[in-house]
Write a protein that binds this ligand. Sequence first.
Ligand SMILES: C[S@@+](CC[C@H](N)C(=O)[O-])C[C@H]1O[C@@H](n2cnc3c(N)ncnc32)[C@H](O)[C@@H]1O
Length: 349
Amino acid sequence: MNEDKLMGLVHQAVGDFGSILTGALVVLGDRLGLYRHLADAGRPLTSAELATAAGCAERYVREWLNGQAASGYVTYVDGRYALDEEQATAFTDESSSACVIGGFQAMLAATRAIDPLTEQFRTGHGLGWHEHHDDLFRGVERFFRPGYLASLTTSWIPALEGVEDKLRTGAKVADVGCGHGASTIIMARAYPKSTFTGFDYHAPSIDAARKAAVEAGVADRVSFEVASAKEYPGTGYDLVGFFDCLHDMGDPAGAARHVLTSLAPDGTWLIVEPFANDDTAGNLNPIGRVFYSVSTLVCTPASLSQEVGTALGAQAGETRLRDVVTAGGFTRFRRAAETPFNLVLEARP
Ligand SMILES: C[S@@+](CC[C@H](N)C(=O)[O-])C[C@H]1O[C@@H](n2cnc3c(N)ncnc32)[C@H](O)[C@@H]1O
């Protein structure tokens, strides 16, 4: 027995206990507006002042603040608490790609699946996306939107062959597996001459996307319909986007075949997937840890719950994704761009 190695594991585990519990506290603080009130105050607050501002009980707020200060998410000085500029950005600024609040909401929601999954691990049956806690749907939207704002129309679409010009002059676009429509609405705002339809099999997400389009003032050019990736209507699309959803589908090759029939002859299929290397060993790092874990709780069971049940997982990697896309009949496939979190893939007929 290597005692140092053992103590190293124990220390790591203590940090992980803190991560699990802090995740729940972050979601509480977001729900109750505690970060927002701290940021808005513009000066350090006592726990009583924050409790009054947020309409909460002081004793709970004090305990929460001390936990947050121990996490380094809130700054504690002389009995008062504040968010410094970086903490305020990470916990309150949803326009920043550094905002982590949606990530906490989504990850905590994912952990709620452990009870049904205990049985599914034994049977091999799936657990549908729609069977998760509501916070997963809203959290994923809030988690991904800042990244889409930072990259989608500024670097990912410009990296595709000839697509930006088409969108500027007026193109027909489908966003499949659109969830709450974050990517659809960002594209619609950037390309006012184009029309967009978002499709998702999850009806409550489509309802949320419709509301978001009205709030964003783009509902005249953006519509949302309940439809699966293998059955969505329409043909002649210049661009079909799949944002972080291909690996969640039971039959991604079947979806690829349908995309091909729906595209214009010179159309483009944009597939954004979690970043992954092809080999497992290449993904054994902090980002792979998050992606493999969420894939175990959400993505793999989602695919297993649908027909075929390919279960690509969130760390499929480019080679495996290429196999799926070419099995669907596409002849051209390339990595158009990447970020530390995303592979941006372009497929053409
Ligand atoms: C991780 S979420 C991504 C949502 C959205 N694209 C985004 O980036 O915010 C995966 C989405 O795929 C949808 N989905 C899963 N299987 C589907 C299928 N077979 N057809 C259509 N949508 C599907 C889910 O309902 C969910 O909204």
